[in-house]
Design a protein around this ligand. Structure first.
Ligand SMILES: Nc1nc2c(c(=O)[nH]1)N[C@H]1C(S)=C(S)[C@@H](COP(=O)(O)OP(=O)(O)OC[C@H]3O[C@@H](n4cnc5c(N)ncnc54)[C@H](O)[C@@H]3O)O[C@H]1N2
Ligand code: MOO
Length: 419
């Protein structure tokens, strides 16, 4: 099964090493509810009471006892209930009340009829209500606790809170809550050829893309990104930049300079400031990914971490997404589940050489005859534009093979990071 070239780690082994080597590296803090969206919860939260806290009406209409209506066919109007203003009167058998959506249903009532199915009549100085159409006992009554029952664990420590979670927390009266502080991640790009977008570039120069995609992905997950800019291929400047990054962040992520070229200084500098844990993973793109520990420690005595993304823009995205991001999320306190692959048929044939696990950018092709996965043209590790049409990766195992049209392959739909 494992066909990795010597000294290469398989993808699964690399992920396993990264996750086993890293634990939560941040403290907790208390935040107000509106600030908790996209933050990682630092405690379990269970429901202190039922929601809704009382039976209430789902319609504007009339509330009564179903048995009373069966007995008489018409009911006497004896009061009203509005949201926030329950019925205050004396209940009488054979009675009904006018009720608005959200108002408490009195204990003696079990049924609500919407006002469109009711007629009020005046008779003998009484207001009576007659109901038409078929009706069922308990209709339009929202039961106490039907949304949330007291004691239910609603959220778990390590859960990332989404917008609707904020509403659920409000519904149980939470005004502030403990979350993990954002993990501080410093980013830098290496390469003499790199220029900042918005500035002039000359022959042989390109704009830095990796720092921008990296920053966008990390910010999306709520990390505190410390931008250390573009660093030229000069070992002393690279070392100084790493030292500055280390004084500000828990993790430093660089791009470029991790291959075997004469200007690839990143690994050399890391070996002075720390130690390399592994270099090279049998994946395509993204082979020269590097992971290490700096000698510098955080306030808890943990060595700060280094992740070196390859310079090719696609390799940098794939390694950030598949190797760095799960690790950073774990360090930030988040509980993450393994990625869920889907088995789907190919829309066109595909083949690969043995050696590395491959991540093929692909789109989802939905037609009347079903859903198929279309591997896209332009799979080179410098062709970033393919990402804009992709909705996920076809993942091809390290063994070489070919797959025919309609043959099933593993497909990984893009998550929040890339969609
Ligand atoms: N003789 C070999 N050459 C290469 C190998 C190899 O095994 N033997 N591996 C190749 C693979 S695979 C990759 S991936 C790259 C990785 O190289 P580096 O991480 O050292 O990256 P650089 O050489 O600095 O740059 C590679 C490529 O990417 C462009 N680049 C770099 N940074 C950025 C950036 N921030 N934004 C946009 N583009 C960037 C750079 O200009 C180069 O074109 O090495 C292969 N070579
Ligand atoms: O990682 Mo490199 O991308 O295989 O080009």
């Amino acid at each position: 099964m494992n066909q990795c070239p010597p000294s290469f780690l398989s993808f699964n082994d690399a992920v396993a090493v990264l996750l086993a080597d890293n634990n939560i590296a941040v403290d907790t803090e208390q935040v107000l509810l509106p600030q908790a969206v996209n933050r990682i919860l630092a405690t379990d939260i269970s429901a202190p009471f039922d929601v809704p806290g009382y039976d209430n009406s789902a319609m504007d209409g009339y509330a009564f006892s179903y048995n009373d209506l069966q007995a008489s066919g018409e009911l006497e109007l004896i009061g009203s209930a509005f949201a926030g203003h329950p019925f205050q009167g004396e209940w009488r058998q054979g009675g009904c009340i006018r009720i608005m959506t959200g108002a408490a249903v009195p204990a003696q009532c079990d049924t609500v009829v919407m006002q469109e199915q009711a007629i009020q009549l005046e008779r003998d100085n009484c207001t009576l209500v007659r109901f038409d159409g078929h009706l069922k006992r308990h209709q339009h009554v929202r039961k106490k606790g039907e949304d949330i029952t007291t004691g239910t664990i609603l959220f778990k420590r390590g859960q990332r809170l989404k917008a609707t979670d904020i509403g659920i927390l409000a519904s149980i009266g939470i005004a502030q809550l403990p979350v993990y502080q954002p993990l501080k991640v410093a980013i830098l790009s290496t390469g003499d050829e790199l220029r900042e977008p918005g500035t002039e570039k000359s022959e042989g120069e390109i704009y830095d893309t990796n720092r921008y995609t990296t920053q966008a992905i990390l910010q999306n997950f709520g990390f505190e990104v410390i931008d250390c800019g573009i660093v030229p291929d000069v070992p002393e400047i690279l070392a100084d930049t790493f030292k500055r990054a280390l004084s500000l962040a828990n993790v430093v992520i660089s791009s470029g300079g991790v291959s075997v070229g004469e200007a690839d200084h990143t690994k050399t500098v890391l070996n002075e400031l720390g130690s390399m844990q592994f270099w090279k993973v049998a994946i395509k793109p993204g082979k020269p990914f590097a992971y290490g520990h700096f000698h510098t420690q955080d306030t808890h005595g943990n060595n700060k971490r280094f992740m070196g993304l390859p310079g090719n823009p696609v390799s940098s995205v794939v390694t950030l997404h598949q190797l760095a991001l799960p690790t950073l999320r774990k360090m930030a306190g988040e509980h993450i589940e393994p990625q869920q692959l889907q088995r789907l048929p190919l829309a066109s044939p595909i083949s690969k050489k043995p050696g590395r696990l491959e991540f093929i950018r692909a789109s989802i092709d939905v037609t009347e005859s079903g859903t198929r996965i279309q591997p896209l043209q332009g799979q080179g590790s410098g062709i970033l534009s393919t990402f804009s049409q992709s909705q996920g990766y076809v993942i091809l195992s390290a063994e070489g093979s070919s797959w025919q049209e309609n043959e099933l392959v593993d497909f990984l739909p893009f998550d929040q990071a890339l969609s």
